[in-house]
Design a protein around this ligand. Structure first.
Ligand code: COA
Length: 370
């Protein structure tokens, strides 16, 4: 192969292609393990607040990082709340992720820590505002003195959350904050490499996250559970969906060949929430029965391809128990994953290299004389 001969095309979907070096996270698909900056997810859950995980991800990538980001994030939430006045009737009529994206697009581009903190604050502030406006309620301004997860739930419901609720959301944000070179992180890195700025990179990430094969999956998990209704209907419903060529949301993963460790990380918080007041009795047991039926049927349906539970299955139960409407689940995913996008964007920028792969032209040659 010489300089003019392109390498053979990578597989569709770039499966198995290594497109970045990162110190941020490793997804071990064979062992079912997620490492974030040298810490395993199992160690981080329940031990590390979201603010501290942001610090961990940002270390070495952002200048002037304070030891504790709680106050700085609080200030950033108050700053971005000013944009909520642009949430008019037309915007509120859109899907929550589209309304949140439109509000985020109003934020100025930049490469520094204040820009990054405003981008972390943005989905946390805009999502509760969009949900409330869609329900005919007034948005609630942030309390800059509150921890991030506490404030999100207070802006959603108007009342301070219980300790279990705040811990549940915090554990979720930590669980989804970073996950290797997933589709949205890759999109964010490509845009960052053009030096367009952090806001542009994050908007690219959010646009990729929105798809049902990525961060759009947990809402449809609730539709599946509601469609099944009773545990005894599970097998027939699932077999019917697969016979129609549909995919079961909350199952399968491009990298994991075993159970997604994030599903188990969320089980504890889901059970703690289920045990607390206000959660539909039997909901978790019902979901576990559906999960067991799905795994059993998927083993027969695709005997050569291990398909196991992914993070979205328990995400759906957790966010439902926290009173987020299913149509807004992707926005809550973005509240956590935005931290990863921002760390990856700066890591990509530090390489100084534009991401620009090649394609192989397989179309017709120009006609002679044309
Ligand atoms: N339900 C049913 N069948 C599934 C499936 C699912 N959840 N996930 C994969 N499959 C099937 C595929 O259709 C494919 O079948 P085919 O060979 O007959 O075409 C086969 O299993 C192999 O799929 P694979 O190559 O592993 O899929 P992928 O790597 O492109 O997809 C996902 C990974 C996540 C996109 C896929 O598993 C999926 O769509 N899951 C549901 C959506 C979801 O939960 N997304 C959140 C991910 S965290």
């Amino acid at each position: 192969m010489n300089a003019h001969t392109p390498a053979p095309p990578a597989p569709e979907g770039l499966e198995g292609v290594v497109a970045a070096r990162t110190v941020l996270s490793e997804v071990d698909g064979q062992a079912g393990r997620l490492i974030i900056r040298g810490r395993s997810l199992d160690d981080l859950i329940g031990q590390t607040r979201f603010e501290d995980l942001v610090s961990l991800l940002f270390e070495g990538f952002y200048e002037d990082l304070p030891a504790d980001l709680t106050a700085a994030l609080g200030v950033a939430r108050s700053e971005v709340f000013a944009e909520v006045r642009h949430l008019d009737t037309d915007l509120a009529a859109q899907a929550p992720v589209e309304a949140v994206r439109a509000l985020m697009a109003r934020l100025a581009d930049g490469d520094d820590l204040p820009t990054a903190l405003r981008l972390i604050a943005a989905p946390a502030v805009f999502t509760p505002a969009v949900i409330r406006v869609q329900a005919g309620q007034a948005p609630i301004p942030p309390d800059p003195a509150s921890p991030h997860a506490v404030d999100i739930l207070r802006m959603l419901t108007g009342t301070p959350p219980s300790q279990t609720q705040a811990a549940g959301l915090d554990a979720y944000l930590v669980t989804v904050a970073d996950h290797g070179l997933n589709a949205s992180t890759f999109a964010a890195r490509v845009v960052a490499s053009t030096r367009a700025g952090l806001t542009s990179a994050v908007l690219a990430g959010l646009s990729a996250l929105k798809g049902p094969l990525h961060g759009g999956a947990p809402g449809p998990v609730i539709e599946m559970l509601d469609g099944i209704g009773q545990p005894e209907n599970a097998r027939a419903w699932i077999e019917g969906a697969l016979a129609r060529g549909e995919r079961l949301m909350g199952f399968g993963h491009r990298i994991y060949r075993v159970r997604d460790p994030r599903a188990d990380a969320l089980k504890g918080p889901v059970r703690a929430l289920a045990a607390s007041a206000g959660v539909r009795p039997g909901r978790v047991a019902f979901a576990e029965a559906v999960e067991a039926a799905a795994l059993d049927i998927l083993r027969t349906h695709k005997p050569d391809r291990p398909l196991d539970t992914n993070v979205e299955f328990y995400t759906a139960l957790l966010l439902e128990a926290l009173d987020f409407p299913p149509k807004a689940f992707t926005c809550v995913f973005a509240m956590g994953r935005v931290a990863g996008w921002l760390a990856h964007a700066r890591e990509q920028l530090a390489t100084g290299r534009l991401v620009r792969p090649q394609s192989v032209y397989v179309g017709p040659e120009p006609r002679q004389g044309s």
